[in-house]
Design a protein around this ligand. Structure first.
Ligand code: NAD
Ligand code: DAU
Length: 353
């Protein structure tokens, strides 16, 4: 048996591939375009392991995807591939439309053509799992209930609008063509192999490098943090037992204001790797101009996936953040490889002024 993932050289996809191989004997075909966010170093422990097949390519390339499906005959497709960074979507939305909308459309069409040729048993066992985000639901007020699967879609950034569009395509391919789809909408992830353009890895690495820790606006925006391994286990659970056509919200019940997250990182680093000279890493915190259209609060109501599928996160924020910080401290090779690449150009473009 084989599953095919897209975007498996990225942060969540990479963790998913590593966990999949560690936990099952099933082969995994990994198609990734290797944008700035794709990093094969994450998967270097799998070199020479024939359970992992890497295929360099674009989900928007229909012929390429169709030939992969014909060759490998997967029982499921899990779509992680996306442009994923909100700030980049503000500077240049075109790539988000190209990959998140047109790319997902192409993947759905290739999947549909492949699925239609399967025999009845294979057809009913096949799954297309689309990995999406809580950002499609927009922004919550301070006292609003967390997002449930029935919340209206109100995306506010080019990134979230492109993900919302892809979710609608996935839904339509089920209702119109019967493609057996599943969708997960997850909150903010953190953990190993996270590209340091996102808040948590950026703050860890900037702190260690003695650089400013940039906080957008007042730092009181709230995110609901989930350790990436818990997201991966939720996806495996939905793939195995989710009801076709259903949407599952995935979250950690860990709402935190950004400033509190940054304080926790600084305090943990103060304990694990005290700053040279005097003072705390907190001294490096710098308030900077806010993100345009910045969503104030996200929070996930994860009761459906717990009630229907028995999934719950294992990590608390405290245990997960400590594991994450220790991982960055112990994996300086991975960090050096990332920080010597395109990330540097992005950093200067984003923070120079
Ligand atoms: P990421 O940016 O770290 O990785 C994306 C991966 O997709 C990269 O390896 C990249 O090379 C690849 N890719 C990009 N365009 C491609 C294309 N056209 N064809 C093939 N591969 C392509 O992203 P991530 O943080 O790992 O997110 C993975 C998925 O999970 C995304 O769909 C994202 O919207 C969703 N998500 C992310 C979070 C989060 O907190 N990071 C939370 C909820 C949902
Ligand atoms: O909610 C799920 C989403 O979480 C995913 O769909 C996205 O792919 C993922 O990137 C993430 O989006 P965010 O915009 O919430 O993540 P980011 O790490 O960019 O920012 C987290 C919060 O921290 C947000 O309120 C903006 C703020 N921030 C971010 C950066 C990079 C700062 O204050 N300073 C920074 O330098």
């Amino acid at each position: 048996m084989t599953v095919l993932v897209s975007g498996g050289a990225g942060f969540i996809g990479g963790n998913f591939v590593l966990d999949w191989i560690a936990q099952s004997g099933e082969r995994i075909v990994n198609v990734d375009k290797l944008t700035y966010a794709g990093n094969l170093d994450t998967l270097k422990s799998l070199r020479g392991d024939d359970r992992h097949v890497f295929a360099h390519g674009d989900i928007g390339d229909r012929e390429f995807i169709e030939s992969l499906l014909r060759t490998h005959q997967p029982r499921a497709i899990i779509n992680f591939a996306a442009e994923s960074h909100v700030d980049r979507s503000i500077h240049g939305p075109a790539a988000f439309i190209e990959t998140n909308v047109v790319g997902t459309f192409n993947l759905l069409e290739a999947a549909r053509a492949f699925w239609q040729e399967l025999n009845d048993d294979e057809k009913s066992a096949f799954r297309f799992l689309h990995v999406s985000t809580d950002e499609v639901y927009g922004s919550l007020g301070a006292t609003d209930a967390p997002f449930s699967e029935n919340n209206r879609y109100e995306p506010n950034s080019p990134y979230s609008a492109s993900k919302a569009a892809s979710d609608h395509l996935v839904r339509a391919w089920h209702h119109t063509y019967g493609l057996p789809v599943l969708t997960t909408n997850c909150s903010n992830n953190y953990g190993p192999y996270h590209f340091p353009e996102k808040l948590i890895p950026l703050v860890i690495l900037n702190a260690l490098a003695g650089k400013p820790l940039p906080i957008y606006g007042d730092g009181q925006q709230i995110r609901d943090w989930l350790y990436v391994k818990d997201h991966c286990s939720a996806i495996r659970t939905v793939l195995a037992n989710g009801r076709v056509g259903e949407v599952y919200n995935v979250g950690g019940w860990n709402e935190k204001p950004n400033l509190a997250v940054v304080h926790t990182i600084c305090d943990t680093l103060d304990a694990l790797k005290p700053r040279q000279g005097a003072g705390s890493y907190r001294d490096q915190i710098t308030f900077v101009k806010d993100r345009p259209g910045h969503d104030r609060r996200y929070a996930i109501d994860a009761r459906k996936i717990e009630r229907d599928l028995g999934w719950k996160p294992v990590e608390t924020f405290e245990s997960g953040i400590e594991k994450t910080i220790s991982w960055y401290l112990n994996n300086q090779d991975w960090v050096a490889n990332v920080t010597s690449g395109a990330y540097r150009d992005w950093l200067s473009q984003q923070y120079e002024n």
